[in-house]
Write a protein that binds this ligand. Structure first.
Ligand SMILES: [Zn+2]
Length: 313
């Protein structure tokens, strides 16, 4: 599932690509994706609105539109937002590039899909980009598309002023990378908070944006066992978690996120954090601290945790 760095990457790229463009129409073959409207009403309401800016709250992508509206997309488990050009499969014969046309026709994996990615080529070359469930048509001839294999992605449209009333947004915990979110505020969160540190870090009502990947990474750097009880964390340990939470998330944003699974960048390309992981999905590998440890996987709650039993006791 995309976490803070993956969503932040998409938002930064949206701000470079789609600001000032108008939305002309919408399409979906999975209308329940749109949580606030029927497809007919959604199309009517969004038509002609201009995209003013993109921003992020937790793992929600938000696009402020003209007329005081905000479009919100949550990519959930396997969804990722893409920007480019698609054509309907039955229009393939109109493609001018003969090589490309042949490649698409020969590709049996395209069998069940209505839309074929035209540009950039990663939209059709990479199977993870081919599950288009939702499209927004823009006035420059391009589109925003949600590729979502498992169909859990969600779209909301509402008044910009009332965003906190949409879904769970108003109840979410603080943003770990906010400039004003200092150690004092972080430590305050732990007062009366009981649980295993990995689970607590992954709770969006405690702090947002940290999931399975980055909780493993933060705890590896901090030298803390994923099942360590929050009640018994010492001040020095909390300081480490706070420091590495910021540095790991920033490093992952610089790497444009982790594409080990479904997530891709806005142009369908790969993020790079999967080449930099220290613990996540590294079971059986030697710890990169060269302390003789071998990364181990255990269950913490319903999720797996990866850690080094030597320096994360
Ligand atoms: Zn180690």
């Amino acid at each position: 599932m995309p976490e803070l760095p993956e969503v932040e990457t998409i938002v930064r790229q949206l701000n470079k690509k789609v600001i000032g463009l108008k939305i002309l129409d919408a399409w979906t073959d999975w209308p329940r994706t749109i949580k606030t409207h029927s497809l007919i009403k959604f199309k009517k309401e969004i038509k002609g609105l201009k995209i003013l800016r993109a921003h992020r709250r937790a793992k929600y992508i938000m696009m402020d539109l003209s007329e005081g509206k905000t479009l919100i997309i949550h990519q959930k488990i396997s969804g990722h937002l893409l920007y480019g050009k698609w054509i309907e499969k039955n229009q393939i014969s109109n493609i001018k590039n003969q090589n490309y046309k042949l490649k698409i026709k020969n590709d049996l994996k395209l069998k069940n899909q209505k839309w074929v990615g035209l540009e950039p080529e990663a939209l059709w070359q990479d199977p993870f980009n081919r599950h288009i469930r939702f499209l927004l048509f823009l006035n420059n001839g391009k589109m925003l598309g949600l590729s979502d294999l498992r169909r859990f992605g969600k779209v909301f449209l509402g008044d910009t002023e009332k965003i906190e009333h949409i879904n769970e947004i108003g109840r979410l915990g603080p943003e770990p990378l906010d400039a004003g979110f200092n150690f004092k505020k972080f430590r305050e969160l732990f007062r009366n908070k009981k649980g295993k540190i990995k689970q607590v870090l992954m709770d969006p009502f405690f702090i947002v944006g940290i999931g399975n990947i980055y909780s493993d990474e933060i705890l590896w750097f901090s030298g803390i066992h994923p099942e360590h009880r929050t009640e018994s964390l010492k001040e020095a340990e909390l300081k480490k978690i706070f420091k590495y939470m910021k540095s790991v998330l920033n490093k992952a944003i610089d790497a444009k996120g982790d594409s080990q699974q479904d997530y891709r960048t806005l142009d369908g390309g790969f993020g790079n954090y999967q080449n930099m992981t220290m613990a996540y999905q590294m079971t059986g590998e030697k710890c990169k601290k060269h302390d003789g440890g071998v990364i181990k996987r255990i269950k913490v709650g319903s999720r797996s945790a990866h850690f080094c039993p030597v320096h994360q006791k």
